[in-house]
Design a protein around this ligand. Structure first.
Ligand SMILES: C[S@@+](CC[C@H](N)C(=O)[O-])C[C@H]1O[C@@H](n2cnc3c(N)ncnc32)[C@H](O)[C@@H]1O
Length: 259
């Protein structure tokens, strides 16, 4: 029986698709989300806020698992797409337009069991203000799940693609950017991400590397090759918590708890 990244058994057709890269790329993150939700609300379901949740790539699957999910996003277009996606999946997701820094005003303080901020801190004006607002929205004992682009991983990827000067610039630039054409405004290291959480008075629980090898190996090595995909998946899970390898990841994932 093949399971999707959330651990839910899937039909044969979807299983064939999931044997490829999509499952490998998502597995570490969904392992971590399952673990934190089990830990903070073992009786479930949880109140989850997905800030910058976009079109619902995380929100809708979480609602399908039974959680009460609210998405706060500044983009009305993204929220409209989220509502369509939720309706197609037969679930309800509350959609609120707003900026991350307004989370406490929009939702009240201490209301959420878990706040997701996935691929958002790269784009906000002030990451420290955003993290402070995210923290206020979480109940004491609740958690945040923060996913950001990794600076070291970006240098590795530029170098592997033959862009050696870009790779050097990524390492030297305080924001981890390789130049004016770089569409990511900011990247993070383990140190800068951890400091951001600690400065918001969060207790860091876990830090994972997400997509360490999955983005480096050609997709052709995985498509239809069940054994290769399973072996790579096991490697990603091991490397995600390896003290050296995790820092090479495309994305860094932090779980931190409100005291
Ligand atoms: C790269 S997308 C990530 C979407 C989703 N979290 C995911 O991981 O698939 C970034 C999202 O953050 C939203 N966003 C960017 N800055 C924001 C802000 N200051 N407040 C609220 N949402 C913001 C964008 O509208 C967009 O939907």
């Amino acid at each position: 029986m093949v399971e999707d990244v959330r651990g839910v058994a899937v039909a044969a057709q979807q299983a064939r698709r999931l044997r490829g890269g999509a499952r490998v790329r998502g597995v570490v993150l969904w392992d971590a989300l399952r673990t934190v939700l089990d830990r903070i609300a073992p009786e479930g379901p949880s109140d989850v806020v997905d800030v910058g949740g976009g079109t619902g790539g995380f929100a809708v699957p979480l609602a399908e698992l039974g959680h009460r999910v609210t998405v706060v996003d500044e983009s009305p277009d993204a929220l409209a797409a989220l509502e369509r996606r939720a309706a197609e999946s037969g679930v309800t997701v509350r959609a609120l337009q707003g900026d991350v820094v307004d989370l406490p005003d929009l939702l009240g303080t201490g209301s959420a069991d878990l706040v997701l901020s996935h691929s958002v801190l790269e784009y906000v004006d002030d990451p420290a203000a955003a993290m402070a607002a995210i923290t206020q929205a979480v109940r004491p004992g609740g958690s945040v799940s923060v996913l950001v682009a990794g600076q070291v991983g970006a240098a590795l990827h530029r170098a592997v693609a033959g862009h050696f000067q870009d790779a050097r610039r990524v390492l030297d630039d305080p924001d981890g950017r390789w130049g004016d054409h770089d569409r990511t405004p900011r990247r993070f290291t383990r140190e800068s991400l951890t400091a951001l959480a600690e400065d918001a008075d969060l207790r860091v629980a876990e830090l994972h590397g997400v997509r360490i090898f999955a983005d480096l190996v050609p997709g052709s090595l995985l498509d239809g090759e069940t054994d290769s995909a399973e072996a790579l998946l096991a490697l990603e899970r091991a490397a995600a918590v390896h003290p050296v390898l995790r820092e090479l990841a495309t994305q860094l994932h932090l779980v931190a708890d409100r005291k």
